[in-house]
Design a protein around this ligand. Structure first.
Ligand code: SF4
Length: 402
């Protein structure tokens, strides 16, 4: 497996290649990755579902290109394809709008407006540079709207390197900065204890991605990691000559762990670290504090960023609703969504409780948070909400002065 395809999806920059049918999107993707990933045909509308291609785009690192269906597709099925492309845009970190020889048409200009409203950085690629040059009007449009553009030929491979350079240039800073989960809290030679319960919902034979990523950061910090189940915590802490610099626990046992770890040892949770790395711990903590104001009939949306097998005591479907009802003593109404279907009707909810979002990158998660903030809907995440319902929220956010 190459590095681009083995990098977790949440760490990759998602790049949507969009435009009208037959603008040459698929040929352009093939020219960028230098292989026949996308089906190329002269027949308009060959790409019906988005084709994804992981790629190592240096110096940016691992990215995923999405070759999408034409935004000018027609008919009932065509409209469904256009909607599918627009959904890809909601997950895109940047876009390449591919334009055909006739120049920018009304659909392209609507797409520019859409990209601007979604605040997605983008480039216009004027394709077929081997047969025509961009029109004066289109160059003026780019200048007026401060849009970067490049003239390329997917067929002749002309200026493909310039296009790649422009992509790197406009990529959000988040992908250029190194994002720390716990590394900034740890010094060389520290000992960090990771409490990882192995229950029915734990995957067989492995740790989950958040645990693996944090373990790697501890090792990168030249510190030592002790991974244990909550049943061994008391004994291991008693055997340590020096106090650990930090204890990180799975949220599901946070109450039990908080009772064992002495108050002078900093304690937090994996999901608190992820909430911080994904963009906005402060908003998540404020959202959790609003749990105290929920009334009978309050509507709660439990949102998960990916689909997975639901175990009997599933955290999102079963445990969080139970803990929340018990904490509030109210009759709450729960709805659930999974994967890319983050709903449009957010205003109907009093609180959104989002999963740890380990499969989303920071920008995708921030987009969801911002959408809630914009519509004045409180949002928190699993770990922060659980800490609140278990009465230990203030303890686990203390390392971040919140
Ligand atoms: S539901 Fe959320 S936290 Fe769980 S694996 Fe999927 S993205 Fe990660």
């Amino acid at each position: 497996m190459n590095q681009a395809s083995s990098t977790p999806r949440a760490l990759r920059c998602n790049i949507a290649i969009i435009g009208c049918r037959n603008a040459g999107k698929s040929s352009l993707l093939n020219a960028i990755v230098k292989e026949n990933t996308a089906i190329v045909s002269d027949t308009a509308g060959t790409t019906t579902d988005a084709v994804s291609k992981p790629y190592e785009l240096l110096p940016l690192g691992a990215v995923t290109f999405y070759d999408t269906a034409g935004l000018d597709d027609e008919g009932q099925i065509g409209k469904l394809r256009v909607n599918a492309t627009k959904k890809i845009l909601l997950r895109a970190d940047l876009a390449v709008l591919v334009c055909q020889t006739k120049g920018l048409n009304s659909t392209d200009k609507e797409t520019v407006a859409l990209l601007q409203s979604l605040q997605i950085p983008f480039i216009i690629a004027f394709n077929q540079a081997d047969v025509c040059t961009p029109k004066e009007d289109d160059l003026a449009f780019c200048a007026q709207n401060n849009i970067k553009f490049v003239s390329v030929s997917a067929l002749k491979n002309d200026n493909i390197e310039d296009l790649k350079q422009l992509i790197v240039e406009i990529a959000p800073q988040e992908f250029k900065d190194e994002q720390k989960l716990a590394g900034d809290l740890i010094n060389p030679k520290d000992t960090v204890v990771m409490v990882t319960p192995i229950d029915l919902s734990a995957p067989k034979g492995r740790l989950i991605l958040p645990q693996v990523q944090i373990l790697r950061e501890i090792l990168d910090s030249n510190a030592a990691a002790i991974a244990l189940k909550e049943s061994e915590l008391q004994q291991v802490l008693s055997n340590q000559k020096e106090k650990p610099a930090l204890v990180i626990t799975d949220s599901q046992v946070v109450k039990k762990v908080a009772a064992i770890v002495p108050p002078e040892i900093p304690l937090t949770a994996f999901s608190i670290l992820f909430a911080r790395a994904k963009g906005d711990l402060k908003t998540m903590v404020e959202g959790a504090r609003k749990i105290d104001n929920l009334k009978d009939g309050a509507k709660i949306l439990i949102a998960e960023a990916c689909s997975h097998h639901v175990a009997g005591d599933d955290i999102g479907k079963v445990k969080i609703p139970q803990w929340l009802q018990k904490y509030c003593g109210k009759n709450l109404v729960f709805s659930f969504c999974q994967g890319n279907d983050f709903p449009d009707n957010l205003e109907e909810y009093d609180l959104v409780i989002h999963c740890g979002a380990c499969m989303l990158n920071r920008i995708e998660m921030k987009r969801r948070i911002n959408e809630c903030v914009r519509r004045r809907v409180a949002i928190t995440n699993y770990g922060v909400a659980i800490a609140k319902t278990q009465g230990v929220l203030e303890r686990v956010v203390k390392p971040f002065n919140l």
